[in-house]
Design a protein around this ligand. Structure first.
Ligand SMILES: *Cc1c(COP(=O)(O)O)cnc(C)c1O
Length: 473
């Protein structure tokens, strides 16, 4: 449980996992268990480019690719064709007995994209599954070293992070709202250190170097507290996603954290489920940090939403250890290396290359950042504007001087999201809350498609600004 204090969530504050302002939808006869049980969400019947179309014909500008997933936008016929072709060849085969060409090709693309530093791919169907696999891989790795280290059973992760929703991945994450109910059954071998969150945690007058050194010392202290040789791995999102809201790592931060891990022989697991595979401007967000992880997860943009898919990439030295050890990863899933998902992801990755989309992510990302600064810098309720690539967030405050957040009961982020869906705005914005301490803090994230045009970026900022004007005045 680390520093996590369950008492902090036993409060009258609405759960931070959903929409506390939901209203009963009359005559809701659906059989679907909606995320908000009492309220029927809009029904999406089509999609074109950056737009989603509802059953009433409303066209919604999707400024977030869903959950940073649909990175090519909707309706790319090249991906449809690749999926159809694979369906006709082989829709499924069981990875315990067989391999398939689509999984082979996708794994090769992913390994090549790391310059071979990560040398094998383990392909599953969701980010959560990739994270679970990374944790199990880390445990197995220490058992298969020439001199096994069975005492390594602790994980260190970061507060206000998200790594998935099964019990294992939820344990390494620190999303207070999603953990609260399950706290009593979460793993007790996970410990949490601070985020790299300069807006609120860098002290007045502190340099970047001093702040980074302070965070590295905190990690070092945690290793010492647990016993350095009991730690399996440090787990972090390279760029923190929705829980904290698109916070890029400060220069030197991940390098410093990796040094601490190396000093004590622990692995570095970078979770790039959200920020990876192009979202940050490079295919892997770690490329900008001068570190190579031992294990890396990716998912959301990998198949661009055309099929559920995720991957764990494994560093050469970990592969070598397992190869010389038992020679088998003690973990598998029925839909592992699913041919149709792999074919979709292969095509998506080739489109990113063919259409030179990483260049567009960097250029449009810079433009989006510039427009956000121009539009919101003077706004008294936008405390921080941050991001990288096509992954940006605005953090809302009541008072810019004191950085005082809105009361959680006002559900500002959710209200911004819901207001955006009104026909006069028709924009989908990603709400996030609890970034400060798990309960307070409101932000929205923007994660538009990699092929966004300048006009679309301008439209996103214009609509977002009108929505924020209506909600915050
Ligand atoms: C979304 C997310 C996950 C979980 O992925 P799912 O596909 O929802 O299971 C894990 N880690 C990070 C960083 C994420 O953003």
């Amino acid at each position: 449980m680390g520093d996590y204090k369950p008492d902090a969530v036993i409060s009258p504050v609405p759960a931070t996992i959903g929409d506390p302002t939901q209203k009963d939808t009359p005559q809701n006869h659906s059989s679907v268990l909606y995320h908000q049980l009492r309220q029927k969400p809009l029904n999406i019947v089509g999609g074109r480019g950056s737009y989603l179309v509802t059953d009433s014909g409303q066209e919604i500008l999707d400024a977030t690719c869903g959950a940073a997933v649909a990175c090519l936008g909707y309706g790319d016929s090249r991906v449809h064709e690749a999926i159809m072709e694979q369906l006709q060849k082989v829709p499924y085969c069981y990875s315990l007995y067989f391999t398939n060409s689509a999984a082979e090709e996708l794994s090769q693309i992913l390994v090549d994209s790391t310059g071979g530093k990560l040398s094998r791919a383990f392909i599953v169907s969701s980010g959560t599954e990739a994270v679970e696999a990374s944790l199990k891989m880390a445990v197995q790795y220490y058992m298969e070293l020439p001199v096994p280290q069975p005492q390594r059973c602790n994980f260190i992760a970061r507060k206000q992070s998200y790594h998935g929703n099964t019990l294992g991945s939820l344990s390494v994450g620190h999303h207070v709202g999603r953990r609260a109910l399950y706290e009593k059954v979460l793993a007790k071998n996970v410990h949490h250190v601070s985020q790299c969150y300069p807006y609120r945690e860098m002290k007045d007058g502190e340099t970047v170097e001093a702040y980074v050194a302070r965070l590295a010392q905190e990690l070092e202290d945690k290793f010492q507290q647990l016993g350095p040789d009991t730690v399996c791995a440090f787990v972090a999102e390279t760029m923190t996603g929705t829980t904290l809201g698109c916070v890029p790592p400060l220069p030197g931060y991940l390098k410093a954290m990796k040094e601490v891990c190396e000093r004590h022989g622990a692995l570095l697991i970078l979770d790039e489920v959200m920020c990876g595979i192009g979202r940050s401007g490079t295919l892997h967000a770690w490329e900008q940090e001068g570190v190579v992880p031992d294990l890396q997860t990716m998912a959301k943009g990998l198949g661009a939403g055309y099929a559920p898919i995720a991957a764990l990439l494994v560093n050469q030295h970990v592969v070598d250890t397992l190869t010389r050890g038992t020679g088998a990863f003690s973990h598998s899933q029925t839909y592992q290396g699913h041919p149709v998902s792999c074919a979709a992801a292969c095509r998506v990755q080739k489109i990113i290359q063919e259409d030179n989309l990483l260049v567009n992510v960097r250029e449009m990302g810079e433009y989006l950042g510039q427009l956000l600064h121009e539009t919101f810098e003077a706004n008294p309720h936008v405390g921080d504007i941050r991001g990288r690539g096509l992954f940006w967030a605005l953090e809302f405050v009541q008072n810019k001087e004191t950085k005082e957040p809105y009361p959680p009961s006002e559900a500002i982020a959710w209200t911004v999201h819901k207001t955006g869906l009104k026909p006069e705005y028709s924009i989908s914005l990603m709400p996030g809350n609890g970034g400060i301490d798990g309960i307070s803090g409101d932000h929205i994230c923007l994660a538009p498609p990699y092929n966004s045009t300048r006009a679309e970026i301008e439209m996103i900022v214009d609509r977002a600004s009108r929505v924020i004007q209506e909600v915050l005045g």
